[in-house]
Design a protein around this ligand. Structure first.
Ligand code: GDP
Length: 475
């Protein structure tokens, strides 16, 4: 049985129109926090969001669909969330799959059942009626499109997850899409499906419409108790002073406009995209937290200036366990790229950074970080992303080597748990300070292991851009 808040609210006569301004309990201010991936994905947004969820009432996934895979290591076992937000894992939170998402209804239903079976669906769950559906035909279309690209020119294949995300977003923009609300009305669903199938001429082996209609209606029926209009629910929550955490999926450098186009996802995984994908107004946002690995990885095709295709890359892949949570594909690995991080910081307005997987670099004597690019014409690039992917592919990264820190064995981790930030090795603090100075954004969280709780919080004390955060370490 879904929990009580997952049901559509009984008509109460109360308007769902946002009734701000309303005094907030205890004079507390609105708290909307946004978590954004600062690189190419897989930065451990799931883990950071899960930790921040402890301080939120609602956790909202704002974009993407079953292409995402947020991994959370709970004491009871590992969970990979694809279409559910981390909010469903805590008794105190409501996990929302928001209006900016494209959800595969059959897979979503299975994801819920699997979590229930494991006893891990602890929070409430709500699904936006405005989210779009990824249909079986989108998966066929996705594979067909990428094969088409590969046949014309192997270098132009995107290496998508083949989960149908791109075609589903394309149909949303083309106004052919089917929304979650449509799944609950079988006659409308059938009409919309017929219209949509009519646009897919030339794509071979589409699943038969009758079977698809029946499957979708069935999945829609099972999801129905969770479906509601989520924007008024969140507006009302903010008016009551409750905090909302927006959980971005995919990452800034994969943004359809501002990423490495065309090697991008089909949505806006930026802070601005999180607002569009939730229906919350920009003025409500207090914090934008950029999640970055201490190094860089990328799945699929596209330019990656600091990639290391040799031994070092192999080391990062092996020690970092760098395989896609959704596809199992090995991730391409390389060093931290400060050009991309500065760009992501400017694009998203990060108010702080969470730097994850610092344990993976432990034990290295020196750690290269890319501080700028030299372009073929001799110009340097420090904080913008060249518009053309092939220009970025021709950038030569310039590295500076920073001192490494010792491996974080169990005793060091125990100290971190006990003492917090001051137990971080000094060379690691130096590395993090350098990131803060170079990006102008303070580091607020440091992930030193995959487990829940293996994150150190740096006391606030944001530096002025260009100044060290060193004082914050002792705070
Ligand atoms: P997401 O999609 O951004 O949430 O990232 P993924 O879940 O795809 O990948 C992150 C992986 O790193 C997961 O397996 C996490 O359990 C793991 N992880 C997260 N934080 C840390 C950390 O600080 N150290 C280590 N060693 N692993 C981490």
């Amino acid at each position: 049985m879904p929990p009580a808040c997952a049901r559509p609210a009984a008509p109460s006569g109360k308007s769902h129109i946002y009734s701000a301004p309303v005094a907030r309990p205890g004079g507390s201010s609105t708290t909307v926090r946004v978590v954004v991936g600062a690189q190419f994905g897989d930065e451990a947004k799931g883990k950071i969001t899960d930790e921040l969820a402890a301080e939120a009432r609602y956790v909202v996934r704002t974009g993407g669909g079953p292409n995402a895979g947020h991994t959370i290591h709970l004491p009871e076992g590992t969970v990979v969330l694809h279409q559910l937000s981390c909010g469903v894992l805590r008794h105190t939170t409501c996990g929302v799959s928001g209006p900016g998402m494209v959800v595969q209804p059959i897979a979503l239903d299975e994801e819920i059942r699997e979590l229930e079976r494991r006893g891990l669906l602890r929070g409430e769950f709500v699904l936006s009626d405005r989210a779009h559906a990824v249909l079986p035909l989108h998966e066929v279309e996705d594979a067909w499109e990428d094969d088409l690209r590969a046949r014309r020119d192997p270098a132009s294949a995107l290496g998508t997850t083949r989960r149908g995300i791109g075609p589903a977003y394309a149909d949303r923009a083309g106004r052919w899409g089917i929304r979650v609300a449509d799944l609950l009305r079988p006659s409308v669903l059938r009409e919309r499906l017929e219209l949509l199938y009519g646009t897919k001429t030339g794509i071979p082996d589409l699943p038969p419409i009758d079977a698809v209609a029946a499957q979708l209606a069935e999945a829609g029926g099972r999801l129905a108790p969770y479906v509601r209009s989520t924007e008024p629910m969140l507006w009302d929550a903010l008016a009551r002073g409750e905090s909302v955490l927006l959980e971005g999926a995919n990452s800034a450098l994969l943004d359809v406009d501002f990423g490495t186009y065309p090697f991008v996802t089909s949505s806006h995984p930026t802070s601005a995209g999180a607002l569009v994908g939730s229906g919350l107004p920009p003025a409500e946002v207090e914090e934008v937290i950029g999640v970055a690995k201490a190094y860089t990885t990328r799945v699929g095709a596209g330019p990656f200036p600091s990639e290391d295709t040799g031994e070092a890359g192999e080391f990062l892949r092996r020690v970092g366990g760098e395989r896609g949570a959704t596809t199992g594909r090995p991730r391409r690995c390389g060093w931290l790229d400060l050009v991309l991080l500065r760009y992501a910081a400017r694009l998203n307005g990060f108010t702080s950074l969470a730097v994850t997987k610092v344990d993976i670099l432990g034990g290295l004597d020196e750690i290269p970080v890319c501080t700028q690019y030299v372009m073929p014409d001799g110009t340097t690039v420090r904080d913008v992303l060249p518009t053309n992917a092939d220009d970025l592919a021709r950038a030569t990264p310039v590295y500076e080597k920073l001192p490494g820190w010792p491996e974080l064995h169990e005793r060091a981790k125990e100290r971190l748990r006990r003492e917090g930030a001051r137990a971080l090795p000094s060379a690691l603090r130096h590395y993090l300070d350098r990131i803060a100075v170079e990006t102008g954004v303070s580091v607020g969280w440091v992930g030193y292991g995959p487990g829940r709780g293996e994150t150190v919080r740096i006391p606030p004390g944001a530096p002025a851009p260009g100044r060290s955060t060193v004082a914050a370490w002792t705070g």
